[in-house]
Design a binder for this molecule. Sequence first.
Ligand SMILES: NC(=O)c1ccc[n+]([C@@H]2O[C@H](COP(=O)([O-])OP(=O)(O)OC[C@H]3O[C@@H](n4cnc5c(N)ncnc54)[C@H](OP(=O)(O)O)[C@@H]3O)[C@@H](O)[C@H]2O)c1
Length: 318
Amino acid sequence: MKNNRVCILGGTGFVGRHLTAKLTAMGIECRIPTRYQEPYRALRLNGPVELVSTNLFDQAQLHQLFSECDAVINLIGILNQSGNNSFQRLHVELPDMIIDACKSAKVTRLLHMSALNASTTGEVSEYLHTKGEAQNRVLTNSSSHGGLNVTSFGPSVIFGHDDSFFNRFAGLLKLTPGPFPLACPDSRFAPVYVGNVASAFANSLQNKNTWKRHYELCGPRSFTLRELVQYTAKQMGLNKRIIGLSDTLSRLQSHALGMLPGKPFSYDNYLSLQIDSVCSSDGLADLGIPATDIDAVVPYYLGPRSERSRYLKLRSLV
Ligand SMILES: NC(=O)c1ccc[n+]([C@@H]2O[C@H](COP(=O)([O-])OP(=O)(O)OC[C@H]3O[C@@H](n4cnc5c(N)ncnc54)[C@H](OP(=O)(O)O)[C@@H]3O)[C@@H](O)[C@H]2O)c1
């Protein structure tokens, strides 16, 4: 890479932080735009990280942001819409602007984060529909003749010590007195480790064989949502009864919780859960990355081997 610099949109998020750590460890400079510089100052401890305040929806600022970068990585995505932040704006309009800015700033490499089951066909959630639209557009713009060389990724749910999947269920399980009501209990997932996702991006960055390709990213095992919530409870040492809700009750719960601040579970989330989040091809294997199982990681942040448990144990000894 000529400038040894990449721009990571969404670099302050869960996946972005892990990817930044990986790329900086490889000696690559990371330029990261953010709306809030202050909370992310620690990212600079990773090494060569440049945090930039940018309005991503200003084409001129986007062009400036990408100048002298060898590649752009787009990780921006939302699970729920709020105010100005619509799925259409963040998942479709922004990637269009990113493609234009890559071209004007002469950036020839783009890695794009989509989602498993992203599609513009069939009855899918707006989340998956807009992710599918962007995936189609970025891959259509991929050209190996001096243009923009694109690779896209579609992971199942991603886990890691700072995830919002296992940690969210852990919090809800703790807060819920009595049995735990669970919507869409039979939906399937193949949780993929955030370190593996970061490796998929890092390994693809300078690999021409990945140009114009889309990689599905899954962990080695698939589970129902009920099994994953039971697993979470077990790791926490909670003896919790999980009550799977019927389809009608799941839908009702999504309407009710979708009205709460922060939308813990929305109707669009309910729609996303109607399709199993499991891979039809093994993107990690194609990229030479051994898939990490949940057992190798989750007990270290939720279970008896977690830092919190060790801390409580130590306190009980003094
Ligand atoms: N986590 C998963 O299980 C999972 C599974 C499949 C696909 N994905 C996809 O992977 C990507 C990364 O996920 P994540 O879990 O790392 O997300 P995250 O932790 O929520 O991070 C989102 C990032 O997007 C930026 N962002 C959000 N709204 C923005 C806005 N309106 N304007 C500008 N920046 C905005 C945030 O930047 P600032 O707040 O610093 O400005 C943050 O860096 C997303 O595209 C997501 O759809 C995630």
